[in-house]
Write a protein that binds this ligand. Structure first.
Ligand SMILES: C[S@@+](CC[C@H](N)C(=O)[O-])C[C@H]1O[C@@H](n2cnc3c(N)ncnc32)[C@H](O)[C@@H]1O
Length: 251
């Protein structure tokens, strides 16, 4: 595979996605959790990496709020009192703390074998998660977006599971593809809310993401509200150039 999530584990995109995942699982409590692009499940972190501008920025947060609870959960995968994250739990491992049944698709056999060890009770399937997708209690779609086609494929897969509670993550470097994604979702009959966090101004072009977005479809409003309420905690913590922005689009 030409995509290794290890390089990106714990970055700002993961933080936003996993905070949202926590909010959704809080409210939805699905009997079965399905993920189309599961990754390794657990990522050992080197002494430097994208996590420095991600989870590290929230490392010492605690308290009963959504972001504090997320930080506490991630800290539980490192030694008590560690000054930085030693490992980063991916979405399947985080979700395993909230659900009893998991169906996890991962196309890369090597990643799937690491995933089986990280989440031993899950049903891990070495298959194309978008092609195999069926209506379910809850689905997380989190493609690597290494190819332009993945934007359309993700929207079409969402269109095949209308009515299924869905969380779909997307990267933001510019707004062309994110807005086309929403148009394609509408074309497929999917309606919901997009919530974006921009941690680097879009006028600045970098080799990393300027932000990321999440599509919520058929998700309880309380979960979407909780994610929106977390933006004033996440934005200042993750901003790279002294300013941050957020966008909410209903469609
Ligand atoms: C962004 S990572 C997943 C990270 C994970 N969702 C998390 O948040 O911890 C994307 C993963 O999708 C896998 N992948 C790529 N195309 C796939 C496909 N069509 N079906 C299933 N897995 C795929 C890659 O091998 C990679 O491990």
């Amino acid at each position: 595979m030409d995509y290794a999530h290890a390089r990106h584990a714990g970055n700002a995109g993961d933080v936003f996605k996993h905070v949202a995942l926590l909010a959704v699982l809080d409210e939805l409590k699905p009997a079965t959790y399905v993920e189309t692009h599961s990754g390794d499940g657990l990522y050992p972190l080197g002494s430097a990496g994208e996590w420095g501008d991600g989870i590290q920025r929230l490392w010492n947060l605690s308290g009963g709020g959504l972001v504090g609870r997320y930080a506490e959960l991630v800290r539980s995968f490192s030694k008590t009192g560690a000054s930085r994250p030693e490992t980063y739990p991916g979405s399947p491992l985080l979700a395993s703390r909230f659900v009893s049944r998991q169906v996890l698709y991962e196309i890369d056999p090597q990643a799937a074998s690491v995933l089986r060890k990280a989440v031993p009770n899950a049903d891990v399937r070495v298959e194309d998660g978008l092609a195999a997708l069926q209506p379910a209690d809850f689905v997380l779609i989190d493609p690597p977006y290494t190819q332009k086609q993945e934007w359309t494929d993700a929207a079409r897969a969402a269109g095949r599971i209308l009515g299924t509670p869905l969380l779909l993550w997307y990267p933001i470097k510019a707004l062309t593809r994110p807005r086309a994604l929403i148009q394609e979702l509408v074309k497929q009959g999917v309606h919901g809310t997009a919530v974006e966090l921009h941690w680097t101004p879009l006028r600045l072009k970098r080799d990393r993401l300027n932000g990321s977005g999440l599509i919520f479809a058929n998700i309880p409003k309380a979960a979407v509200s909780a994610v929106c309420a977390s933006l004033p905690d996440l934005g200042p913590a993750l901003q790279t150039h002294g300013e941050w922005g957020s966008v909410v689009i209903g469609f």
